[in-house]
Design a protein around this ligand. Structure first.
Ligand code: FAD
Length: 323
């Protein structure tokens, strides 16, 4: 009997997040012939997500569903997951390299006494030979790592870098795991500020229109928002734009902001500082609009437009409207 390869999935609006299907891709590549792929869901009202994930496992979809788990809290989640981990003793646990996964993965690694490889952007080989590629120095270098020992392994995957897993021919089973909340919690989540409904999630967006200090003020983001609306894109920003109060920090992309990998990244009035590139340089196609022909962003751009963004962005919007 093989061991379990476990994905701790994330749920948003009742459905599994795309990054969890990408973590399932790791599970498929890492599995040994006798291994079973399982998913763990922790939260509240998880029925739909559990059904949707069932075709991707040949082990089980474990569901720990309780009102006290509705909001992520490392303490409640770790206590909820702990006993299941002790029973399952998974060989590998994979999670998204999201705020959730970045916080929870080391806790699980400590519980399993596992090694951890974080922020995986590519894979080489499979099974026992599987190697993980991850960026270093804000994306200037990439290293390839393997786990050296036979012990448990924890891996986090950067969103939108690996393909999502395909369904398996013989689906697994649903299992409900009981949870009794501890009385002595020390961590309390006081408030959760949710992103406005209907907005495209930056980390999963296929197209991003991003603005920097060159947009000049909050009003200057309007042409970018109009272009984004026509393209079905998310709006992002540089830290300088956020620091200047032109937009919310939740839009910040870069070393200290979100890491994104869209199909198309349109950088408007962004110089291309290394800390910004750290968050977007793995975008499939980069278009830069900047009035300075020497701006460093042009070094990473696939297409560069030298000019005033306030002239070029509305022109692009009009042209895309015609398609
Ligand atoms: P600027 O560098 O000021 O560039 C503005 C650009 O707009 C210029 O190239 C200019 O030519 C162009 N422009 C001006 N007007 C127009 C116009 N009308 N039309 C077209 N182009 C125009 N930055 C991030 O973005 N993300 C991070 O996560 C991040 N983390 C950091 C962490 C640390 C520890 C440090 C030290 C810095 C970090 N920074 C980060 C800041 C980073 O170093 C840069 O200061 C920042 O990215 C610059 O933002 P910008 O390109 O919008 O502004």
């Amino acid at each position: 009997m093989g061991q379990s390869v476990l994905v701790v999935a994330e749920v948003r609006n009742g459905k599994p997040r795309q990054v969890s299907l990408e973590a399932l891709h790791i599970a498929r590549r890492a599995r040994l012939p006798d291994d079973r792929i399982s998913v763990l869901l922790v939260g509240h009202r998880l029925e739909e997500a559990a059904e949707l994930l069932l075709p991707y496992v040949d082990g089980a979809v474990y569901r720990i569903d309780h009102p006290r788990l509705e909001v992520y809290n490392p303490e409640t989640y770790a206590s909820a997951i702990g006993s299941l981990l002790r029973d399952l003793q998974p060989r590998l646990v994979a999670l998204g390299h999201t705020a959730f996964g970045r916080d929870l993965a080391p806790v699980l690694a400590a519980k399993l006494e596992a090694g951890q490889i974080s922020d995986v952007v590519a894979l080489e080989g499979e099974g026992a030979e599987l190697a993980y590629v991850r960026p270093l120095y804000a994306g200037k270098l990439f290293e390839t790592r393997r786990f050296s020992s036979a012990g448990a392994q924890v891996v986090t995957v950067r969103p939108s870098n690996l393909p999502p897993a395909e369904p398996l021919p013989a689906p697994g089973k649903l299992e409900t795991v009981a949870y009794v909340p501890p009385d002595d919690l020390r961590t309390v989540v006081k408030d959760v500020i949710r992103q406005a409904a209907g907005k495209v999630d930056l980390t999963e967006a296929r197209i991003i229109v991003s603005g920097g200090r060159g947009v000049r003020n909050a009003e200057g983001f309007k042409p970018l928002q109009e272009l984004a609306a026509v393209l079905g894109a998310a709006v992002g920003a540089s830290r300088a734009a956020c620091d200047a109060g032109y937009c919310d920090y939740s839009l910040q992309i870069g070393q200290t902001g979100k890491v994104v990998t869209p199909e198309l990244y349109i950088a408007c009035g962004i110089s291309g500082a290394i800390q910004h590139l750290a968050g977007m340089s793995r975008s499939r196609v980069i278009v830069a609009i900047n009035k300075d022909p020497e701006a460093p962003i042009f070094k990473v751009a696939d297409y560069g437009i030298v000019g005033d963004l306030f002239e070029i962005v509305p022109l692009l919007t009009e042209e895309f409207k015609k398609l």
